[in-house]
Design a protein around this ligand. Structure first.
Ligand SMILES: Cc1cc2nc3c(=O)[nH]c(=O)nc-3n(C[C@H](O)[C@H](O)[C@H](O)COP(=O)(O)OP(=O)(O)OC[C@H]3O[C@@H](n4cnc5c(N)ncnc54)[C@H](O)[C@@H]3O)c2cc1C
Ligand code: FES
Length: 1363
């Protein structure tokens, strides 16, 4: 696995995790933890051993049970994330097994289920939807209920799973630190100042003036720092994780490793607080505070809350490296929106710093407020006060260090005061892995006023950070205002007004109004429980508050508990149920066989394009791309980059050979240029490729290129659909008949029949980036006679071949495209992979050397385009009972600068829109040509927007009529007659129309009626949390394309299969293998069970298998299977007479004997087929339905998917395990589209959400807490491939349930908002209406906006008014 260093380089995905082990010769302890290799500096690994997933186990030595269980629970699809997942799990197992917990029963580990659920938190997976990965993790836990674990290949049909069936796990069975290395390990205190000279070299082997120094005590370090005051580029290095955020810092002349300085790694426990060395990792801080909490044997509120919050900072594998001091210095020096600075500020922490002139003790507030510290300043330690009898003391700056001396901090009332402490954060991910929009930490002392008996506020510390500020601050004015006061509604309202003037996001901060509303929400959450009806507090109230606050689960949600006395439903555990039917009709087709190569994927041995070792003399390319959306390119200044050592060439349009053409993509509907020549048409357009001896040098050279642009004489760029409409900038492509969407009925007549009308209402959908874990990559290797072999990770090998041939002006037989497997595609490696392969080919052709490219995540996100954003206007006519009579849609899709696959969108979009019977449907589409990267196919392209629009229309009709949306859905559901009218031949036969049955099943599975009742009750009793539930159907049309297949039987009876389709993780190879075994097995009466193991499906190769077409549209697996079946039939026909003859001499004929005889008789043992589906049956409809329940938090806008139940008609599934994986994975990707993934561009149209920091795909914490899937197995169906149906894309649309459920919850929130009137004659505006527009994605801030950014103030104002 070569998956290190060059992917996201941000520590944000977990794909490159390795295990680092360090041996301490004195204690003989082995410390080990997972780290992101992309953030780890090689020199920091001195004395460590590194274990990859392959090191845990592999094919030769035997796989580890982690690999086997990941495979058996079907937890690896494309497999690109899987080695990282395995390392995370191994690291958690190893940590648990080292603990002093009681020994688990044999076969299990000491890991608990709740820990297992967090084991892979922080690792991203774009394919699986996480559920099966969690199941694999949980299978190691002694407290697991085996019945809760999902579909797996360990037990046969009807069996129940028990530990004996699972691959055995034995702790400590892996040697992660070889004995030989132990002897070499030096005791840490024997470290001398170590100068590892020339530890880094330039990649060409030329020494650079750099070194790595490891001082071992503070004085040595200070001495080095003093000597470096002359301006050398010096860097203190602790965990180096800051480079994930602050990329491209370049090389330093000196790296000073500060991890071996005792003062920086010390932990000192004092009665007054705990001193923690700045170099201590966050994982260690958590461990130490946890120990402290348990050693005191009492609930220590402040430490507990700090630990709680630290667990939400980054991910475990980052916290394992990240130091406390590093974080605070980033906050102080670089304005990093740190959580830690804020929470420690709230806890009134202090720091000790060393400068070349001396030592300073400062409050954290003083430290943060200083000018950014210079490289010579060292943060030595941090003190977190324990809040137990701390005497008041002063800092050198004269500020208070700790002012409270009254409290024992334990949550128990002592004397006359009590302490409250709480921390907050609101971020796109609920539990960590995303930077906060705002974070906060509040401490309040509550005192009894001796004269009045009222409880009043004493010392306060109210810290806010990340809201668009240089650094975290204390809201001093609010503290002053509140001090000495009892909390009442009007006091709180006044405090909020002061707060809003104190905590103000600075100019240029994104979503400033949302952040301001969070600030208010947090303060309200903290103080409002202190308001009692009498206006006075008593001890029992405060005791309740403190114990609620000590509850680790209690964060912002506690307000609902405190206000409503409602116990918090645990949302932490993830549970699931899968119902699949297994049929034996076509054995082994239909069996949930585990994925081919799943173990290899888990161990990291599976070879992806970039894992192919570089051939001799291989060069590396990096794109130089335009920074302007529409401009003439005056000059590209490449000279200085070319002069850099190791840089070989700049390849641009000028290098297209004679006879070739500047074509980067030749697809069905048109072409696009490879390189912008005179004119650039979008920010991110390739201008050329910098080619160098190494990847890093190529990237550095590309970054160095300066381009001058000229916009004179050009119109301004088109950077909005509105502008495109204004300037009539549209693609007008004549469409072939299958892609022309059909209008239905007479729209005017339908409108005339309507009782109500909605006229031209607007709704928008955003873009979505594919976020395949493996970014675009290719390698072109030149061969004799102007031939080229190009290895590429793509979904359209044939088109890649055609485009390269055209670009280079050579015949197609000179170009061979090979794709073994793809690390996730989702449509993004259909057309969009082609220019990357072409760029490599042009470079290799010019330079006559192999050239490879691997796009870094940022470049990939900037260039690739993603899903089509749309602006839609709908007009609807409907009856008073909710029956829709007519719909018209005007849809403007942003196609970007080139046509790509955009012309199919109207067809796919309307096809999903037609899921309801609108009586009449008309539409008008415009594909807008804009100056954005070309938008392209992304899983369910157009369909997902169509399904969304259908639901928006339903919701709108429902709210207009004040009716329940689900009853409107029911009223407008198709009967078979209307289905035929809307879908024509796709509708198939009546028996096949399973949608009503599917919906019925979901109603039962989800217990819909009962739960909607419970939700109503919940909403009546909760003010700041609301729930909503929604159920909806989908219809998804697919068509099956012609596909080739070739089956060859070798001498030894093994079988090799080639197909047109490419393995993207969807399980195509597995299904093809099953089909081959089934089809050849038919030579025997009861089939031949051994054949499956003899089949190998091999990589796509355009020279060996022509007309491969594309792998897209959900049907390639079935068409590839069918092609293989036809080829097998040919072989069967050749073999069966031989078998017959053999049977005349023997009772049984084995496969091997048959093959031997056939070879002897010179039978052609290879058969190819090009399967062309019958035009009467090459299209069909897929049906599914789902119900989701969500809970939204009205103070932050955060939504939690409490439960999803889904029923999907998969026909007779070819492999239920593969299809289930597709269904769940698609649904979770859909969650991303509907609620999470925000695609942001700047004023030049350049994508700015271009990495894991800014673009949030669903993670473990955003999937449904309960996720139940039933695969409806329908009857045999002649017209489909062994009666199967597609599963890859359609279920993505079902994530619309989450959006609709959020809308239901928001409706409830707006009802409350409506009731908050501060005067009786106040008129309530649009913001409270039940009819509102909610686009996609409905991100956390959108939800909050729709619930009322000022909902807290309105609420308080109304109460103040009524009092
Ligand atoms: C994926 C990811 C997610 C994250 N999410 C969050 C989050 O949600 N909330 C949050 O608060 N943080 C988050 N972080 C930030 C993380 O906490 C910091 O990157 C980390 O704590 C820095 O520690 P380090 O040891 O790696 O520092 P390094 O990278 O080694 O150093 C950081 C900087 O501080 C300097 N430095 C380090 N130690 C000292 C010292 N003792 N004295 C003086 N200078 C010093 C270094 O020279 C460097 O300039 C995230 C980081 C990553 C990679
Ligand atoms: S299997 Fe996880 S990203 Fe593909």
């Amino acid at each position: 696995m070569y998956r290190f260093f060059h992917y996201s380089l941000s520590g944000g995905c977990g794909a490159c995790l390795v295990l680092i082990s360090k041996y301490n010769p004195e204690t003989r302890d082995l410390e080990e933890h997972s780290v992101s290799s992309c953030l780890t500096l090689l020199c920091s690994l001195h004395n460590c051993s590194v274990t990859t997933s392959e090191g845990l186990g592999n094919q030769r030595d035997g796989f580890h049970s982690i690999h086997q269980r990941i495979a058996g629970f079907h937890a690896s699809q494309c497999g690109f994330c899987t080695p990282g997942m395995c390392i995370s799990l191994y690291s958690s197992l190893s940590e648990a097994d080292k603990s002093s917990r009681p020994e688990p029963p044999p076969g299990f580990s000491k890991l608990t289920v709740s820990e297992a659920e967090r084991a892979v938190a922080g690792n991203l997976c774009r394919c699986t939807g996480y559920r099966p990965i969690i199941d694999a993790c949980k299978s190691f836990c002694a407290d697991v209920d085996m019945e809760d674990l999902g579909l797996n290949s360990f037990c046969k049909k009807g069996e129940t799973l028990d530990i004996s069936k699972l691959p055995p796990y034995a702790p400590k069975s892996v040697c992660t630190f070889p004995e030989s290395l132990k002897n070499e390990s030096e005791p840490i205190d024997e470290f001398k100042e170590r100068k590892l000279n020339l530890v880094y070299k330039s990649e060409l082997g030329e020494p650079e003036d750099g070194c790595w120094i490891t001082p071992t005590n503070l004085e040595e370090l200070m001495e080095i720092l003093r000597s470096e005051e002359n301006g050398n580029r010096v860097k203190l290095v602790a965990g180096n994780t800051s480079t994930g955020y602050y990329k491209n810092q370049g090389n330093y002349q000196k790296y000073i490793d500060i991890r071996h300085i005792p003062e920086l790694s010390m932990i000192k426990r004092e009665k007054e607080g705990i001193d923690i060395g700045a170099g201590v990792t966050l994982s260690k801080v958590i461990e130490v505070l946890d120990e402290e909490i348990s050693s005191r044997n009492e609930p220590h509120l402040v430490f507990k809350k700090v630990v709680n919050h630290l667990n939400m900072v980054a991910s475990k594998f980052v916290r394992n490296m990240a130091s406390l001091g590093g974080n605070l210095v980033m906050a102080q020096r670089n304005e990093f929106p740190s959580d830690i600075a804020t929470i420690l500020l709230g806890a009134c922490s202090s720091v000790i710093i060393r400068t070349p002139t001396g030592t300073l003790s400062l409050s954290l507030e003083e430290f943060l407020g200083q000018p950014p510290c210079d490289p010579q300043t060292l943060l030595v330690s941090v003190r977190i006060p324990s809040w137990s009898g701390v005497p008041l003391s002063k800092t050198e700056g004269g500020n208070e260090l700790y002012s409270l001396s009254l409290n024992n901090g334990t949550g128990e009332v002592e004397g006359e005061s009590e302490l409250l402490f709480e921390t907050y954060r609101a971020a796109p991910y609920p539990l960590g892995g995303a930077l906060a929009y705002v974070n906060a930490a509040f401490m309040a002392e509550v005192l009894a006023n001796e004269s009045t008996g009222e409880l009043v506020l004493g010392h306060l510390s109210l810290a806010f950070g990340a809201y668009g500020t240089k650094h975290a601050i204390r809201a001093r004015k609010v503290e002053e205002y509140l001090k000495g006061k009892s909390i009442t509604h009007s006091v709180l309202l006044e405090a909020i007004q002061i707060l809003k003037m104190t905590v103000v996001p600075r100019e240029g901060t994104s979503k400033p109004d949302y952040r301001s509303s969070l600030v208010v929400g947090f303060l309200f959450d903290f103080f409002s429980p202190l308001i009692t009806s009498s206006g006075k507090l008593n001890k029992s109230t405060i005791n309740d508050l403190v114990s609620a606050a000590s509850n680790p689960e209690s964060n912002i949600d506690k307000i609902s508990n405190a206000c409503n006395g409602e116990s918090r439903k645990s949302t932490s555990g993830i549970s699931s149920k899968q119902v699949v039917e297994i049929h034996n009709d076509y054995h082994p087709v239909g069996y949930p066989t585990k994925k081919v190569s799943a173990e290899l994927q888990a161990s990291g041995e599976a070879v992806y394009t970039d894992d192919i070792p570089s051939p001799k003399d291989c060069l590396y390319g990096a794109f130089v791309y335009s920074r302007k959306p529409f401009a003439h390119i005056k000059h590209i200044e490449v000279e200085s980059a070319l002069a850099s050592p190791g840089v070989v060439s700049f390849v641009s349009a000028k290098d297209i050979p004679n006879g070739g053409q500047n074509v980067g993509l030749k697809a069905i509907f048109g072409e696009e240029p490879m390189f912008a020549d005179d004119l650039t048409e979008f920010a991110g357009q390739p201008l050329g490729v910098m080619v160098a001896e190494t990847r890093r040098l190529a990237k550095a050279a590309a970054d160095q290129v300066k381009v001058s642009y000229d916009t004179q004489g050009l119109e301004p760029p088109i950077l909005s659909v509105e502008e495109a409409i204004k300037r009539s900038s549209f693609f007008e492509i004549p469409l072939p008949p299958p892609f022309i969407p059909q209008q239905v009925g007479d729209f005017s007549k339908g409108m005339a029949e309507a009782d109500h009308k909605i006229l031209s209402f607007k709704v928008e959908t955003g873009s979505q980036y594919h976020f395949y874990m493996e970014t675009q990559t290719a390698m072109a290797v030149p061969d004799e006679d102007n031939c080229l072999t190009v290895y590429t990770s793509c979904q359209m090998a044939e088109s890649t071949q055609v485009t390269i041939a055209k670009c280079l002006g050579i015949p197609e037989h000179n170009v061979r495209i090979i794709t073994r497997r793809v690390g996730g595609g989702f449509g993004g490696k259909a057309t969009r992979a082609i220019p990357v392969a072409v760029a490599c080919a042009v470079s290799a052709f010019k330079l006559r050397r192999p050239v490879r490219m691997y796009l870094d995540r940022q470049t990939d996100m900037i260039m690739i385009g993603g899903r089509h954003p749309m602006k839609m206007f709908y007009t609807v006519g409907f009856k008073a009972d909710g029956k829709i009579t007519a719909v018209h849609v005007d849809c403007f899709l942003d196609a970007g600068y080139s046509v790509d696959l955009s012309p199919i969108i109207p067809y796919t979009m309307t096809s999903a829109l037609k899921k309801y019977n609108y009586g009449a449907l008309s539409f008008n589409f415009k594909a807008c040509k804009t100056n954005f990267p070309s938008k392209s196919a992304m899983r369910a392209p157009g369909d997902v927007q169509g399904a969304f629009l259908a639901e928006t229309i339903i919701e709108h009709v429902a709210s207009t009529l004040s009716m329940d949306a689900n009853s409107i859905r029911e009223k407008n559901l198709h009967n078979f007659e209307s289905l035929k009218l809307f879908y024509g031949t796709y509708a198939g036969d009546k028996l096949g129309y399973t949608l009503p049955l599917t919906l019925e099943k979901v109603i039962i599975l989800s217990n819909f009626n009962q739960r909607t009742k419970e939700i109503r009750e919940f909403n009546c009793t909760n003010r700041w949390r609301k729930r909503g539930m929604s159920i909806l159907p989908i219809i998804y049309a697919v068509s099956v394309r012609p596909t080739p297949g070739k089956v060859s039987i070798l001498n030894d009876g093994s079988i090799v299969v080639e197909v047109g389709g490419i393995e993207l993780g969807q399980g195509l190879w597995t299904k093809v293998k099953q089909m081959t075994a089934f089809a050849l097995g038919r030579l025997w009466k009861d089939g031949n069970d051994e054949l499956y193991e003899k089949v190998r499906v091999v990589q796509a190769d355009t020279i060996s298998m022509v007309q491969g077409g594309m792998t897209a549209g959900s049907t390639t697996s079935e068409s590839s299977c069918e092609a293989v079946r036809v080829a097998c039939d040919v072989l069967g026909e050749r073999l069966s007479p031989i078998k017959k003859t053999l049977l005349e001499k023997a009772q049984e004929v084995s496969w091997d004997a048959l093959v031997k005889q056939a070879y002897f008789q010179s039978v052609n043992m290879s058969a190819s087929a090009y399967w062309v589906p019958d035009s009467s049956s090459n299209e069909y409809l897929n049906y599914g339905a789902a119900a989701s329940e969500v809970e939204i938090n009205l103070l932050t806008g955060a939504s939690t998917i409490l439960r999803t139940d889904m029923v999907y008609d998969c026909g007779r599934s070819l492999n239920p395990a593969m299809d289930l994986g597709q269904i769940e994975g698609a649904f979770v990707q859909g969650i991303g589209f509907f609620v999470l993934e925000e695609h942001v561009v700047d004023s030049d149209g350049m994508v700015t959400s271009n990495g894991t920091w800014t673009y949030k795909i669903p993670n473990l914490d955003t999937i449904p807490k309960q996720f139940n899937v039933e695969m409806l197995s329908t009857g045999l169906h002649q017209d489909r491939v062994l009666s199967s149906k597609a599963s890859g894309e359609p279920p993505l649309l079902l994530a619309g349930t989450v959006h609709c459920a959020i809308r239901e919850a928001i409706k409830e929130a707006r009802k409350d908002l409506h009731s908050y009137k501060s005067s009786s004659n106040e008129t309530i505006g649009e913001e409270c209406s039940a009819t509102f527009r909610m686009d996609t994605p409905a991100t956390i801030d959108v939800v909050k906006r729709l619930c009322g950014l000022d909902n807290v103030e309105r609420y308080l104002q109304s109460l103040v008014h009524h009092h």
